[in-house]
Ligand binder design. Structure first.
Ligand code: 6PG
Length: 236
């Protein structure tokens, strides 16, 4: 079931969910596995998380997606997380997607194997943080791309060609929908009136996973919380 939380401070609400999810996982299983994301909502969340009471030493950090750039590049999701959060806290391990790899298909397979080696078979994330793209994408599962409708149970991580209609136009590595629908908790952060229509399509529109890959959230077996501001929620 999808919960929608309309709040004034999206980062603060997402931080609470982060603590709840990771602390619960650490207490229950001795480990919390999270996937961070990029996008504009990541920065304020990272800033909050730096001082949050999260059991970092028991937290395994993965990424929902990465751009095909080196880790010190301004477009790197890893760099965003490293500067905003990871250099300030001591996590158990950071599992970076190597956007600079010469063979991104091989890198996707390496990331998938790392997920299995760390979390078991099949791997299950405790928390997946996501943003919502203007075309209805989550992770780097872009709208209009046929493979976005493929759950990718065995694949887990895939190389996606540069999108034609979404910036930045560079290749990506992305987790597949399997990791979204099996995560124990998914938190989708959405802000601003420009996302109102696409959020409504994601949650209530006619089902078409190629046209709106964010509709994978409807198929999730875990808890899904959409944390948004009033402007983003205005069409719900
Ligand atoms: C990426 C981002 C991307 C982002 C959405 C939402 O690697 O391109 O992770 O998927 O999460 O586009 O972006 P905003 O949060 O900026 O609206």
């Amino acid at each position: 079931m999808t919960e929608v939380a309309v709040v004034v401070d999206v980062a603060a609400a997402a931080t609470e969910l982060f603590i709840e999810s990771v602390a619960g996982a650490a207490a229950a299983r001795g480990r919390g596995a999270v996937a961070l994301t990029g996008g504009s909502t990541a920065k304020p969340l990272h800033a909050r998380l730096r001082t949050a009471r999260v059991p970092w030493a028991e937290t395994q950090v993965f990424f929902s997606d990465e751009r095909a750039v080196p880790p010190d590049h301004e477009l790197s999701n890893y760099r965003l997380a490293e500067e905003g959060l990871l250099r300030h806290v001591q996590v158990a391990a950071v599992h970076r997607m190597r956007g600079e790899a010469p063979d991104l298909d091989a890198e996707a397979r390496r990331c998938a194997q790392d997920l299995r080696d760390t979390l078991g078979k099949p791997p299950r994330l405790d928390l997946m943080l996501l943003g919502l793209g203007p075309d209805g994408h989550i992770c780097s599962l872009f709208a209009g791309v046929p493979s976005s409708a493929d759950r990718g149970d065995e694949e887990l991580v895939r190389h996606v060609a540069a999108p034609l209609h979404v910036e930045p136009k560079v290749d990506r590595l992305t987790m597949t929908p399997f990791l979204v629908v099996t995560a124990r908790t998914v938190v989708l952060q959405v802000t601003g009136a420009s996302k109102a229509e696409v959020l409504a399509r994601a949650l209530k529109g006619p089902e078409d996973l190629v046209a709106c890959p964010a509709q994978w959230l409807r198929k999730a077996s875990g808890r899904v919380v959409v944390v948004c501001d009033a402007a983003a929620a205005s069409r719900l």
